[in-house]
Design a protein around this ligand. Structure first.
Ligand SMILES: Cc1ncc(COP(=O)(O)O)c(C=O)c1O
Length: 380
């Protein structure tokens, strides 16, 4: 199987790390039945999960073709950083086309790693890359809509399965959907009842709209602090995989993202805005089945006995509404397939624990930006 092969290949590369999974039950006011774990991809080599996919993506490029050509790619920073790192390892040339509002810090880092950088208007990213393919005979690599890249990202899902047995819910942020497609395709076949949620900013809701329209959507504008989650379109490949394996897409605001960044910082973790959108969804009570109000009021009934089935059936609709302004379920979503979430919710106190994994995807942020966001949250 391609994903397993990719995992074996990635493990052999000295530039990859198996990232830690930490248990953080006490940092949020979550219901007692939630066993919260965070998968720390912000501690991955190059500061984000991207290196996983890039190792496998480059391994599949035709070696003869690539020897005489440079690679060109578009990136907001993290993909470019991973690509520059692996290109250097293999002694290949690469050009990263970045938006001209990309933080200087990211541009400089990519250059230090040996990558060339070209800065252009946001709407000229793809056109510039296409130009270099045609005029300079460069080879284009896609930053998310690529089977080999996705198969590499799937390694993160295999590690989650190794590090958290019987995981019930996985929450992952979504940019173009490469990571979400990768994790969901390694986890779902192993654990079909595990709920997988993708999280996007309101200002870049491409996978959310794609689930709603049941086809990959391109947005006219994107506007969010989470630049890594802000490509304007969901990929054809990523949409196809996510619509089959991901249960729903949840939207969060930039303010919710900033609050979750500050929470990570309090816990000793440096996470960039794109990296903590998934935590923002959980922290703000947007994940189905994890109701923060109920946790506070502690008003959950214990051991409902005989009428359990009836309660579950009755409550399923509330737990999984077909859609609202911040949740869009997959076109293939089947709410009846998973009793574990309801069981934990309605048997709070009985020892039924829900194993939840939040993936923190990246930690590349300049000290100034980090301080500005964390301080703005302290003043609130
Ligand atoms: C930190 C971080 N998280 C998440 C993403 C989104 O990844 P994908 O485009 O695979 O959905 C990115 C993309 O650049 C990122 O940099």
């Amino acid at each position: 199987m391609e994903m397993e092969k990719a995992y074996n290949l990635i493990k052999q590369n000295t530039l990859y790390r198996k990232t830690p999974m930490i248990n953080v039950e006490n940092i949020l006011n979550l219901p007692k039945f939630v066993n919260l774990n965070m998968k720390l991809e912000n501690m991955q080599h190059t500061g984000s999960f991207k290196i996983r996919g890039v190792i496998n993506q480059i391994a599949h490029v035709d070696k003869n073709a690539i020897l005489n050509r440079s690679i060109v790619a578009t990136s907001g920073g993290n993909y470019g950083k991973a690509l520059a790192t692996i290109s250097k390892q293999l002694q290949l040339q690469c050009l990263i086309v970045m938006p001209n509002h990309a933080p200087k810090y990211r541009v400089e880092t990519i250059k230090k790693l040996g990558g060339n950088v070209e800065l252009v208007e946001n709407n000229m990213l793809q056109k510039t890359a296409d130009y270099h393919v045609q005029k300079d005979n460069m080879m284009f690599l896609h930053p998310y809509d690529d089977y080999n890249l996705i198969a590499g990202h799937a390694s993160c899902g295999y590690e989650i399965l190794e590090q958290c047995h019987n995981v019930d819910i996985i929450i992952v942020c979504c940019g173009g959907g490469g990571l979400l497609a990768g994790i969901s395709s390694s986890v779902k076949p192993c654990l079909p009842n595990c709920k997988i949620y993708g999280v996007e900013p309101y200002g870049a809701s491409k996978m959310f709209q794609s689930f709603r329209m049941q086809t990959p959507v391109t947005l006219e504008n994107v506007d969010t602090i989470a630049t890594g989650l802000a490509p304007p379109y969901a990929g054809k490949i990523t949409y196809d995989i996510c619509s089959r394996n991901v249960d729903a897409i949840i939207l969060v605001s930039d303010e919710e993202i900033k609050a979750s960044m500050a929470k990570c910082y309090e816990t000793g973790l440096v996470v960039e805005p794109s990296g903590c959108a998934a935590l923002a969804a959980l922290m703000h009570g947007k994940v189905p089945g994890i109701d923060l109000k109920a946790a506070k009021e502690n008003d959950l009934p214990v051991n409902r006995g005989g009428d359990y089935e009836e309660i579950i059936e009755d409550k399923t609709e509330n737990l999984w509404p077909l859609s609202n302004d911040y949740i869009q379920y997959s076109p293939f979503f089947d709410a009846s397939s998973e009793p574990r979430v309801q069981q934990a919710l309605y048997e709070d106190g009985s020892g039924v624990k829900l194993n939840v994994v939040v993936v923190l995807t990246g930690g590349n942020i300049s000290p100034n930006d980090l301080a500005a966001i964390v301080n703005s949250q302290r003043e609130l």
